[in-house]
Write a protein that binds this ligand. Structure first.
Ligand code: CUA
Length: 344
């Protein structure tokens, strides 16, 4: 899978590239909780470093005490020394001290953890972008709600956001419990059937961040990924305006035949394409399929060959997925691919 993190490149090079990751590292994808791209992820990372430092200190002290006790016992045996009469009292004081220190450390962890959770939960004051994410087996339905239904955008497996603006992600599930985790942008949050939860983040810089399902949800849990694409605000508005448009009309006879194959075959039973009679919500909306980076929820790069493999033998790519195999004639497949690839 050509999903290579660009972070290594960015680390080797300096400022100029870091400021323009979308152009310099086009197609590169970040997935690391150690490189926060939002204030929320930075707060989680600070907590992680703090926990690591404290745990490392406690570990060093514990192992140090163990070696010191061993050394002292062997030395005492070598010299034939008797135990001092107040040994039990000293040991009791040491044990009580260790218990008190443990309780204090756990309380500090608990309070820090609660305070970070509050930071992640507090709604931002500025006008935010609302994105609704629904977990499905095994893909992500992504919606940008609008009071005007014709402006409502439905997408799949990619969340597009503007930089610098708080994003409120409303999470729910249609089947089992999933969990949304975009390590560069924030902590993980469960998607629970019949229950709505929310997650806030605001991307600091443009880029493509990989996220994945972090709760075992069945056969293809590992192939339930998504991308968050953070655009400059003006670029995001362009993207949103384009996404509100219906699918482009076929421009040639092959594409037109492909549209007919789509509308007369099994595809139409599960997928929607705005601007056509296809309106099923069982599978991902395909209105702008060709503009997505991957297919099958981050499983394959969105290329013609992969699309052909996915359409004809989805079970070979993602066993257990709801998409059935489609035995199309070579001519129909070619036309269908041409149509799907025209859906920009
Ligand atoms: Cu969805 Cu794991």
């Amino acid at each position: 899978m050509p999903v290579r993190p660009c972070s290594g490149v960015r680390r080797m090079l300096t400022g100029a590239i870091a400021a323009a990751p979308l152009t310099a590292c086009r197609g590169a994808i970040d997935q690391s909780a150690l490189e926060p791209g939002s204030p929320q992820a930075a707060a989680v990372l600070d907590l992680w470093w703090f926990a690591l430092a404290v745990a490392a200190g406690v570990y060093a002290l514990t192992i140090g005490a163990l070696f010191w006790a061993l050394w002292r016992a062997r030395r005492r045996a070598r010299l034939g020394e008797a135990l001092p009469h107040d040994e039990m009292r000293k040991k009791s004081i040491a044990v009580i001290g260790a218990v008190v220190a443990t309780v204090v450390i756990l309380l500090v962890f608990f309070s820090y953890d609660v305070s970070v959770s509050r930071t992640l939960r507090v709604p931002a004051a500025e006008p935010h972008l609302l994105v609704r994410v629904t977990g499905r087996r095994w893909w992500w339905k992504v919606e940008y709600p609008d009071s005007n239904p014709s402006r409502w955008v439905t997408d799949a497996n990619e969340i597009h956001i503007p930089t610098g603006r708080p994003v409120l992600v409303e999470l729910t599930s249609n089947d089992v419990i999933h969990s949304l985790w975009i390590p560069n942008l924030g902590g993980k949050k469960d998607l629970i059937p019949k229950y709505k939860d929310t997650l806030w983040f605001a991307a600091n810089r443009p880029g493509v961040y990989r996220g994945q399902c972090a709760e075992f949800c069945g056969h293809q849990h590992a192939k339930m990924a998504l991308h968050v694409v953070a655009h400059e605000p003006a670029e995001f508005e362009q993207w949103l305006a384009h996404s509100r448009q219906p699918a482009p009309m076929p421009g040639d006879s092959l594409t037109l035949r492909g549209k007919e194959v789509f509308l007369s075959g099994p595809c139409v039973l599960c997928h929607a394409i705005q601007g056509t009679p296809a309106g099923s919500r069982a599978g991902p909306d395909l209105t702008h399929l060709a503009s997505r980076r991957t297919i099958a929820a981050g499983t394959l790069p969105n290329t013609k060959g992969n699309l052909a493999a996915w359409i004809t033998d989805p079970q070979g790519v993602k066993p257990g997925a709801n998409m059935p195999p489609n035995a199309l004639s070579p001519g129909d497949l070619e036309a269908l691919l041409a149509y799907l690839q025209s859906l920009r």
